[in-house]
Design a binder for this molecule. Sequence first.
Ligand SMILES: C[S@@+](CC[C@H](N)C(=O)[O-])C[C@H]1O[C@@H](n2cnc3c(N)ncnc32)[C@H](O)[C@@H]1O
Length: 166
Amino acid sequence: MYLKRLYTLFPDCSRILHLFSGALESDEKGIRFDISSEFHPNVCGDVRELERYFEPNTFDLVLADPPYGKEDFAKYGCEPFNKGKVTESLYSIVQPQGFMVWLDTILPKYKGKYWQLMGMIAFAQGPGMRCRLISIFQSKKEIGDIEIVNEISDQDLNSKPRNAIF
Ligand SMILES: C[S@@+](CC[C@H](N)C(=O)[O-])C[C@H]1O[C@@H](n2cnc3c(N)ncnc32)[C@H](O)[C@@H]1O
């Protein structure tokens, strides 16, 4: 239901990355990315090395569902990582004017020169349970910025990700 509702906000987005996809069903549209092979993601890798897996400007929508805090990292058996650094590397692989949707119990750190915060939706699953926050960002990248940002001159906007299949 969460994803169905989100998709309605982005009717024009088709190149979707599910970051930290966990147990997301394999028939979900888009690319599932996770460090844990037990979930059989389309791309199994570490978010700290995102640029190794995907070309710049690959996605028009990234939906991120990271571990929230220390306990959650421990539950998934993963090392904590710097969420602000992840939002920076997402800027590179998201297309100009593309979107990043971050589901967490915090607003992640982000650089105002890269991302415009478009809105936030908070929700509670029930009494006594943690509230969660959906933060919606739009990339400030313009088509003309690409050469400067990625230091690539002949950028192919339709380039396919290195390991992913749409
Ligand atoms: C909040 S869970 C995902 C929840 C998922 N929607 C579910 O219900 O299973 C976080 C996911 O982040 C993944 N993860 C943790 N550290 C990671 C990393 N460095 N790179 C990629 N994925 C990571 C974990 O393997 C876990 O599946």
